[in-house]
Design a protein around this ligand. Sequence first.
Ligand code: PDD
Length: 286
Amino acid sequence: MGASPGEEIAYVNGEFMPLGEAMIPIEDRGFQFADGVYEVVATYRGSPFAIEEHMQRLQRSLAEIRIDHDVSSMPPLIEEGIKRSGFDEALVYIQITRGVAPRHHEFPAQPPRPTVVMTVKELRRPDPQLHASGVKVISTPDLRWKRCDIKSIALLPNILAKQLAHEAKAYEALLVDEEGYVTEGSSTSSFLVQDDVVCTTPPSSRILPSITRSVLCEIITELGITLEEKNSTLADYLAADEVFLAGTTTEAMPVIAIDDAIISGGEPGPLTRKIREAFVDSVRNR
Ligand code: PDD
């Protein structure tokens, strides 16, 4: 494991420090109520990927939960955190909560200063072997709230789903809503390929507006592949020619089994491979 020399860094309300020294008060509303939002940004060749898109989504998440905070000063701080960490490739986690106040459910009468936290760690992309072989996933009910478009730090249903996947030695859990539609993965977007058409869940409050998903949608269209944003059931996924996942660290990941069903003959399918290759080319040449 060729770990690059570097140090895990934290940023808390204006100050950088080693990660191990960072502290947050117990009465931070993020800790008490999960009253906050977050972003995860990966670097390619040391530069944060799609930073404007991540900042736009963060600003929108803040507005949706009525935290008054302008994120326009974040990009230089992110750059600084990456530089300070010294890692060749970094994973940046940003979390903004409503701040510290005595524990009452309603917003504090005097809005506290939002808590702005960032951590910078070495980015470990999934083992290349996984992209080559494809991964197994499970399906599980989507127990999340009705505003999955907000990148809220309240991730308990996602965590419980991911743990089930982990216990099943699977990479991810596909979340299935009450009507039988697959919304997305517990921390990824999902796509299927049927008869050379790529399908993914349309943007709505049922899914996160994933940045990787939108980059892949552009790439799919540029490749001349037909893309349909439409809801697909678990049965559609099980019968699909190909299935893949998308996310900041996952990139585009082929799925070769769902529960006990083999997908795409147990190998990454041709369109998935083509789309992944185009993604890798585009991020390396951005
Ligand atoms: N997860 N869907 C969900 C529910 C997610 O949590 C994520 C990201 C995605 C993919 O979004 P993006 O392409 O913007 O990374 C889809 C992050 C990485 C996480 O929670 O760590």
